[in-house]
Ligand binder design. Sequence first.
Ligand code: SF4
Ligand code: SF4
Length: 90
Amino acid sequence: MINIDEDLCKGCHLCVYICYRNVYDIASKPNKKGVLLPYPKDEKECTKCGDCELICPDQAIDLDIETHWWVNEKDSKFNPNFSKKEAQNG
Ligand code: SF4
Ligand code: SF4
């Protein structure tokens, strides 16, 4: 599953332009930071070549987030999504 971390993405859209399968599209409205976020409009076309993940200057893309051990770890300093979940759960 492709995951784009909204807090890390700055909207440069390199991922959109590099994808040779046209997986991504760009949101029509900016988020609260004023960023037009990319999103996977056609994820079934993704071949997991890894180019988008590699080119992202902010490491905002994770192609296999559900398979990473730290997603389920309670004590992770590396996964911003985990930190967000922690913050939301108090
Ligand atoms: S390359 Fe990274 S920072 Fe740039 S738009 Fe894509 S996800 Fe966002
Ligand atoms: S992994 Fe490759 S095919 Fe999949 S979205 Fe990224 S650039 Fe496109």
